[in-house]
Design a binder for this molecule. Structure first.
Ligand SMILES: [Zn+2]
Length: 200
C-alpha cells in the first residue's frame, strides 16, 4: 500500500495525484507504506537519518547558545570593570552571570534559535549543523527553498513542546520518513547529501 506524502491518504499504486488533497505523487515523491515510527524501529537507514538530524540540531543549539553567551559577556563588560552604576543587590553575582540568565529567562534563546534556523534554511537550505552532518532541506516539488517554507517548517522550534509534537506527528503518520508534520504541510523534506553512519 502506498500513501500520500502530504496528507497520508491511501493511494492507488498507479495514482499520479492524491484524490484527497490533490498533491502530486508521481515518481519518487516519498510514498511508502509504514509510518516513520515503524521505520524507526525496524530500519537502520531511518534510525541513522534521525540520529544525524539530532546531532545536527545539537550542533546548531550549541552554536546559538555559545554566540549568545559571548554577547552576554561583551554586553556586561562595562559592569564587570565598574564603569557603570555601582553594584546593587545583584552585586553578589558576576554581572555576566546575571546578564546571561536575564537573556535566557527572557525567552531569548528559543527566539534566536528560531531566527537562526529560519534565516539559514530560507537562504541556504541548511544550517551549520546540517552542513556538518551532510543534510539539506529540499522542496518536494523541486523548486528552490524559500523563506515561506523555512518559516513554516521551523516555527515549531520556538517552543520545545511544539517541536516534539511536530516530529511525533510527522513520524506517526504515513509518508516520507524524513518529514516532520510541518514538512508534510508545506512540502519540504530533509535529504542526505552524503553517506554517514552514526548508528552501526
Ligand atoms: Zn494527499
Amino acid at each position: 500500500m502506498v500513501y500520500c506524502w502530504k496528507c497520508g491518504s491511501e493511494l492507488r499504486e498507479d495514482a499520479a495525484f492524491c484524490s484527497k488533497c490533490g498533491a502530486s505523487v508521481r515518481g519518487t515523491m516519498g510514498v511508502q507504506s509504514p509510518t516513520g515510527f515503524e521505520l524507526l524501529r525496524d530500519d537502520k537507514n531511518v534510525q541513522n537519518h534521525w540520529a544525524r538530524r539530532l546531532v545536527a540540531f545539537i550542533i546548531d543549539a550549541v552554536i546559538v547558545t555559545v554566540v549568545l553567551a559571548i554577547i552576554a559577556i561583551v554586553v556586561s563588560i562595562p559592569f564587570i570593570i565598574g564603569l557603570s552604576f555601582p553594584s546593587t543587590t545583584l552585586g553578589a553575582f558576576p554581572a555576566w552571570w546575571n546578564a546571561w540568565w536575564g537573556l535566557s529567562l527572557g525567552g531569548l534563546i528559543p527566539l534566536v534559535v528560531f531566527l537562526y534556523f529560519f534565516l539559514a534554511e530560507g537562504l541556504y537550505g541548511r544550517t551549520l549543523g546540517k552542513e556538518i552532518m551532510g543534510l539539506q532541506i529540499q522542496r518536494v516539488d523541486g523548486r528552490p527553498m524559500d523563506f515561506r517554507s523555512s518559516l513554516v517548517r521551523n516555527v515549531s522550534k520556538i517552543y520545545w513542546v511544539l517541536l516534539l509534537i511536530d516530529v511525533a506527528v510527522g513520524l506517526g503518520t504515513h509518508g516520507d520518513m524524513s518529514q516532520k508534520w510541518s514538512d508534510r504541510y508545506i512540502g519540504t523534506k530533509v535529504e542526505e547529501k552524503t553517506r554517514m553512519t552514526i548508528i552501526p
